[in-house]
Ligand binder design. Structure first.
Ligand code: ADP
Ligand code: ADP
Ligand code: MG
Length: 499
């Protein structure tokens, strides 16, 4: 198999940078692609070469396969890394890349096809002794037949898009009266988001935990898992905080779930990086949800506890190398927590709050890693995912990782947009999270926007503190901020000083 000499990254933002950094360390030249909205983006500046691929909307740039493959030809890149999102789970793209004589850094198109549909994935893994959530094995079309099945399974049930992703096309149905309406909604959401209206039914597991396993396979039939990630803190069925390892898995359960994950990967003859997602119920039964056939947003927590660079590993596997370790060589070292910093307003239903990063100062220090794609003064484009950064804290124990995360959140300074940092701080300090006794229902159960509003200052206070900062910056005056801000936590002060 060919060595990768020049790598084109078909993505943007933090993940494009993260991939290029590893490539650079391996002596591989890098090529960025960019839309007009990203002309000055950091991934473009970091790359050895960059190719413009069109207007800002991703349907006219980052999703246009031909433009990306042409950019690889133009620059002489011999491999493409798709990152996550965009074309990363598109088997046609993987096929076209290969047909163009380039190396696709990911699994085969065939594996992607099997795992790309949730129903197809369930059918494949069920033959390999992997437990599934009770539900339909085929798409549902006849409402009455579907209602009958739902009744057998027992409400509440979940109607899901087979082509789903990113938490879209999913509807909870509490009782039969809601069935038709929710099915219609799920179908139309699935058509508009994925161009495929096939939906199916799953038992809605109450108070579950989302536990996923990182797996890695080579092109010689070897597959291992790199332990689990707990991703139960979600909003809109999408992750905001992830950690590794999970605080609830015993070594026995870890072994059992890990084996199921490896089997699931083998069911699709899988190679390269992938993730097997499970839900775990309150009786510690686990069920396969889906497989993500790509590098995951939250892969850094796994990197921190295993000491491995997953992107380098992906590159070597794509070059045809064998996995450099066996399952028994792998060990968990300490605990890592990732918080996703989105430009969203947690006090307003986590709606995107894009704008310009007036202040942007990263936290620093022992055990802290920030993967981002922005600098102070940059605008967060409205066209793409509003994630600003991922902050990953690693320490010896979960308790210490939590304390480190709180310290780092307090140090992180972002103004100009609302972010999920305050929400993440709330989670870190919450008893349910700290005790480890929480589920995907965390936000619904415990989070009320008021808890953050109490932390936000009034307009008057904002103006006063902004003025104070200005005066201090010009050296004209030095005042104690505590004069105007009494009884506030340090974090609140940060918010006031900066916001
Ligand atoms: P992960 O599954 O890696 O934890 P997310 O579920 O948040 O992360 O998805 C990763 C990225 O991919 C996000 O930017 C999300 O918007 C995007 N994404 C996920 N699934 C799809 C899909 N089917 N189509 C388009 N974008 C998707
Ligand atoms: P996506 O492709 O959008 O990531 P998933 O099937 O992975 O879809 O589900 C996303 C999230 O929705 C899960 O992490 C979990 O919180 C919730 N979820 C999915 N299926 C179920 C279920 N059967 N019961 C309860 N919650 C579920
Ligand atoms: Mg998922």
């Amino acid at each position: 198999m060919a060595k990768i000499k020049k790598l084109l990254v078909a993505n943007r933002g933090e993940i494009a940078l993260r991939i290029m950094r590893s490539a650079k360390e391996m002596g591989i030249k890098t090529v960025a692609v960019f839309s007009e909205a990203d002309r000055n983006a950091l991934h473009v500046r970091f790359a050895d070469e960059a190719v413009a691929i069109g207007p800002p909307p991703s349907a006219q740039s980052y999703l246009v396969m031909e433009k990306i493959i042409d950019a690889a030809r133009l620059t002489g890149a011999n491999a493409i890394h798709p990152g996550y999102g965009f074309l990363s789970e598109n088997e046609d793209f993987a096929r076209k890349v290969k047909a163009a004589g380039l190396i696709f850094i990911g699994p085969s198109a065939e594996s992607m096809e099997i795992m790309g549909s949730k129903l197809g994935a369930k059918a494949a893994v069920s033959k390999f002794n992997v437990p599934l959530v009770p539900g339909t094995a085929e798409p549902i079309s006849d409402i009455n037949a579907a209602k009958k099945i739902a009744k057998e399974i027992g409400y509440p049930i979940l109607i899901k898009a087979s082509a789903g992703g990113g938490g879209k096309g999913m509807r909870i149905v509490e009782n039969e009266n809601e069935f038709q309406e929710q099915m219609e909604r799920a179908t139309s959401e699935a058509i508009s988001a994925f161009g495929d209206g096939a939906v199916f039914i799953e038992k809605y597991v109450s108070q579950p935990r989302h536990i996923e396993f990182q797996i890695f396979g080579d092109q010689h039939g070897n597959v291992v898992h790199l332990f689990e990630r707990e991703c139960s803190i979600q909003r809109r069925h999408q992750k905001v905080i992830e950690e590794a390892p999970s605080s609830v898995l015993t070594p026995e359960l870890r072994k059992k779930m890990g084996e199921a994950a490896v089997n699931a990967a083998k069911a699709a003859n899988y190679f390269n990086a992938g993730t097997i997602e499970f839900i775990l119920d309150d009786k510690m039964n686990f069920y396969f949800l889906e497989m993500n056939t790509r590098l995951q947003v939250e892969h850094p927590v796994t990197e921190q506890i295993t000491g491995l660079d997953l992107v380098k590993l992906q590159i070597k596997i794509a070059e045809g190398e064998k996995l450099p370790f066996k399952q028994e060589d792998l060990k968990i070292n300490g605990h890592a927590i990732e918080v996703r910093v989105y430009a969203e307003d947690p006090a307003n239903n986590f709606l995107p709050d894009i704008g310009i990063l007036k202040t942007y100062k990263r936290p620093q220090g022992h055990g802290i890693r920030v993967d981002d794609g922005f600098e102070q003064g940059m605008a967060i484009p409205f066209y793409y995912d509003p994630m600003i950064a991922k902050m990953i804290c690693h320490d010896e124990t979960r308790e210490r990782a939590i304390e480190k995360t709180i310290r780092a959140i307090e140090e992180y300074e972002i103004t100009g947009v609302e972010t999920t940092l305050g929400f993440c701080n709330f989670v870190m300090k919450h008893d349910a999270f700290r005790s480890g006794n929480f589920s995907t229902k965390f936000v619904e159960q415990y989070f009320k926007p008021e808890v953050l509003k109490a932390e936000t200052s009034t307009e008057e206070e904002k103006i006063a503190s902004a003025l104070a900062v200005e005066l201090m910056a010009t050296g004209e005056v030095s005042i104690k901020l505590s004069n105007s801000i009494s009884n506030e936590s340090k974090w609140k002060k940060n918010r006031l000083v900066n916001g």
